[in-house]
Write a protein that binds this ligand. Structure first.
Ligand code: NDP
Ligand SMILES: N[C@@H](CC=O)C(=O)O
Ligand code: NA
Length: 442
């Protein structure tokens, strides 16, 4: 008895996955029954750090997805195509699929899970969100009876690593990004990390699982970290906050319209006492709030070869365990294999979640203004905010930049639409030169 793996991709995560599969000692005995049968890569002449026979390698990935001897196809090439087509091809050839590809799942999840349900196979994606942190399986199983109120977290290791080093060392953005790439945290194109798109993909997946409906990726509001400056990090610190790129999925009201969700990714001023404020470096954390469980936080390494491979191989093991039970049943009871997917491991949502417009969001804001240093300017700002029902929690004149007074404002909770209207009015004030930054506050 043994289960054959077709590994698509032997880069950062593929290599980590092969390392675990080739070194089963001291791990669960079922691992010894899993064999890396074929490996698909772009360049078979590239030196590899894992010891696999050269005959296992091919550049013909489709041949792996359709190989009748393979039980589980593990897609670790990344990107949209050919990853999507290969996953679908594997499903149509009745292969179970394990993937770390949040970009494909967040865009083509409907198509992929519909095909998987029809074929009676599993598509597992623990590595796609939170790297090595178990969060997909807990949402599908351990927390399944809860009415989820919110899922909020730090789900991109690259940006958290960058923000942490900018805060701790005053490090330069480009230099820290290069380190994150060297360490294997960043996507092949790091724009996806830096502009919040990777976090948006992950949030769409988490929200779909947590709230039991399909989510259109374009409904996720998304801002990245490019506009976060060293000045804002310093001012936030003085005001008692840390800046984090948060992904937030929040059910508006459990009674009025249970499906109306807020879905947003943006830099956020997080109070230093909040549990997410101390999640640093490549670490991710996801805070889930449900009824009746209350708050549960998942914390661990969100990227990198070993942690991500841990999630990939755990998915392989979950499928192998099911296949093994099916095989034993077939042998002992002479049963025919039935293609009915395990209800807690498959995905079968049909309807789309309704998403609340950002203008209706109620939150606090931090804003930094460069103004002429003249009497009454703070009063003018206060009046404009007041004209739009935005009340101020604090106003501080911090210093001077380029000859202008630098004024930082933190509002009380306000409707985003009203806050934006106040900013439009403030932009017309003669005393206001620029508004270099606006960041939401948790
Ligand atoms: N890196 C991380 O920390 C994490 C990554 N992920 C996800 O895991 C997946 C893999 O990421 P990662 O390991 O970092 O990526 P890498 O770029 O390190 O590796 C990609 C691998 O896929 C192969 N490949 C890519 N395109 C093709 C193609 N068209 N045909 C054949 N082979 C191809 C490459 O071949 P060759 O080696 O010959 O170049 C390489 O082996 C992505 O979906 C990513 O989002 C998820 C969580 C964390
Ligand atoms: N590029 C991603 C990798 C994991 O999903 C990140 O930085 O979190
Ligand atoms: Na995970």
């Amino acid at each position: 008895m043994g289960f054959k793996i077709g590994l698509l991709g032997l880069g950062t995560v593929g290599t980590g996955t092969a390392e675990i599969l080739l070194d089963p000692t001291g791990r669960n005995p079922l691992l010894q029954e899993i064999e890396i049968y074929r490996v698909g890569v772009r360049d078979t002449t590239k030196p590899r750090t894992v010891d696999l026979p050269s005959t296992a390698f091919t550049t013909d990935l489709e041949a792996i997805a359709t190989d009748p001897d393979i039980d589980i196809v593990v897609e670790l090439i990344g990107g949209l195509e050919p990853a999507r087509s290969l996953i679908l091809k594997a499903i149509h050839h009745k292969k179970h699929v394990v993937t770390a590809n949040k970009a494909v799942i967040s865009r083509y999840g409907d198509e992929i899970f519909t095909a998987a349900n029809e074929a009676g196979v599993y598509v597992m994606l623990e590595a796609a969100v939170g790297g090595g942190i178990p969060v997909i399986q807990p949402l599908k199983q351990a927390l399944v009876v809860n009415r989820i109120q919110s899922v909020m977290g730090i789900v991109n290791g690259t940006t958290n690593y960058i923000l942490t080093r900018m805060q701790a060392e005053g490090a330069d953005f480009a230099e820290v990004l290069a380190d994150a790439q060297r360490l294997g945290y960043a996507e092949a194109d790091p724009t996806a990390d830096v502009d919040g798109l990777d976090a948006a993909d992950k949030l769409a997946i988490l929200a779909s699982l947590a709230f039991g409906g399909r989510v259109k990726l374009e409904d996720v509001y998304c801002e990245g970290i490019r506009q976060v400056s060293a000045a804002d990090i310093t001012y936030a610190d003085r005001l008692g906050f840390t800046i984090k790129l948060l992904a937030i999925a929040h059910r508006e009201s459990p009674t009025d319209n249970p499906d109306l969700l807020q879905l947003r990714v943006h830099p956020t001023l997080v109070p230093k006492a909040h549990p997410l404020a101390s999640v640093n470096g490549v670490y991710n954390a996801i805070l889930v709030e449900g009824d009746p469980v209350g708050q549960v936080m998942f914390y661990g390494r969100g990227a990198g070869a070993g942690p991500t491979a841990s999630a990939v191989v755990s998915d392989i093991m979950s499928i192998a365990a099911i296949l093994k039970v099916e095989e034993i049943e077939a042998q002992q009871f002479n049963q025919q294999k039935v293609d009915v997917p395990h209800p807690l491991l498959s995905c079968s949502h049909q309807h789309y979640c309704a998403i609340a417009p950002m203008a209706e969001l109620n939150t606090r804001f931090y804003a930094r203004f460069l103004c002429n240093d003249e009497p009454g300017v703070i009063g003018h700002l206060g009046t404009s905010f007041g004209n739009h029902q935005v009340s101020l929690e604090s106003v501080v004149q911090i210093g001077f930049q380029d000859g202008f007074a630098e004024i930082v404002v933190v509002t009380h909770e306000s409707r985003e639409g009203n806050f934006r209207q106040a900013l439009e009015e403030i932009r017309t004030l003669k005393a206001v030169e620029r508004i270099p930054s606006v960041v939401r506050v948790l």
